[in-house]
Write a protein that binds this ligand. Sequence first.
Ligand code: GDP
Length: 478
Amino acid sequence: TTNDSKESERPGDKLIGGLLTADFDEDSCLSRYHQSLLYRKASPYKPSEYLVSKLRSYEKLHKRCGPGTDAYKKATERLSHDENSDGECKYIVWVAVYGLGNRILTLASVFLYALLTDRIVLVDQSKDISDLFCEPFPGTSWLLPLDFPLMKQIDGYNMGYSRCYGTMLNNNAINSNSTLPHLYLHILHDSRDNDKMFFCQKDQTLINKVPWLIVKANVYFVPSLWLNPTLQTELTKLFPQKETVFHHLARYLFHPTNQVWGLITRYYNAHLSRADERLGIQIRVFSDRGGYYQHVMDQIVACTRRAKLLPEAATQEEPKLNVSKRAIHKAVLVTSLYPEYSDTLKDMFWEKPTSTGEIIEVFQPSGERVQQTDKKLHDQKALAEMYLLSLTDNLVTSARSTFGYVAHSLGGLKPWLLYQPKDSSAPDPPCVRSTSMDPCHLTPPSHGCEAEWGTDSGKVVPFVRHCEDRDNDGLKLF
Ligand code: GDP
């Protein structure tokens, strides 16, 4: 209706263009409605009407098939007897593996796949997922019940498992009239060509008939779904602006719990809210030892100077005072496992004045030193920091880091990507401005399916190309 469309254009639109359902109680999850509007600028990207209607029908389906329903009971009974079923509901189970950034990207990917194939997504709750996120679907739950029949086995699922799709293909154990009650999908950095056949049209026809899919993934596999012609038709309708997939899905799915929301808002109000401009810098060091490296620091300084995100030091001691103009106050939010990066930046801007007269204030919420995935407060801080980064105006992130991918894409930001250093020296150029805000699919299929077998997968369709932060590798939507 006309009213609705007006509503979705308002900057204070609590349902963000119809992306969210109005069916939740506000207090149980403060981040979901009004509150996040106080912190996030209205996104210039609007969800398509088709996406909105698809989400509403998904919510109905999830309510009908979710935990506690007759349909769920029947489906799990058949699963325990290893019977294939023509039940009304099909499921995909997301298993929590690897770091939080990986988890957020793969859960969004699995949800989109469920949306495209009329499955419902259920989430492994053996880790701390419910300490991090509120329920996204009204009147039901996305948590996989703890008495799920395969619960004890799931941990051990791997490429060696006889019901692993790629392994079955390797063993020629699949034919077109195979009827399987469940399949395990292995979509990780070490997936084999046969595991990646999952994305192909012919394989999808067969996989569609399997009522239970169990997925372990640590890569954002959405870009590869677009290479499948059947899925592509539907995806184009859902996301006419292709690079907005994660941006919309993340704002639909991931609402921090009240506890995490407290971490986010207290930090934002104390350090970021009063600045004229906010810059985020996410520093991820992929090396065995981690820690502080001078070449990484040099690279950050070079990138932020060249991109004019941070000013240089003034050549003379005292800057010309411009009394008539109030100095611009810029807040720099640094996130890293190591506190030394922000300490160095802080010193830089304390010891010398800036050439522009800008006032630069540098903050880093935590410096945990080592990754401690599955420790509740550690993960909550990691989530809070990804979210805080997404609230900045400009963002510099580290190549290949899913932590950074979540932050920029959630915020609808095209980041400056810091190239991964090689041989302990700062790369030149230090960074590249991304032209798309969607995350990169690391370790994707390297070639197309049947007809296109052998074609570089970055050259199959014009809008799925190699990522800027990976040399001829990775796939990304543009
Ligand atoms: P990726 O390894 O960079 O792709 O990102 P992940 O999020 O999957 O895994 C890295 C994990 O290390 C995070 O989830 C955190 O547990 C921790 N970590 C890495 N960088 C930071 C950071 O800047 N801040 C915080 N709080 N934790 C971090």
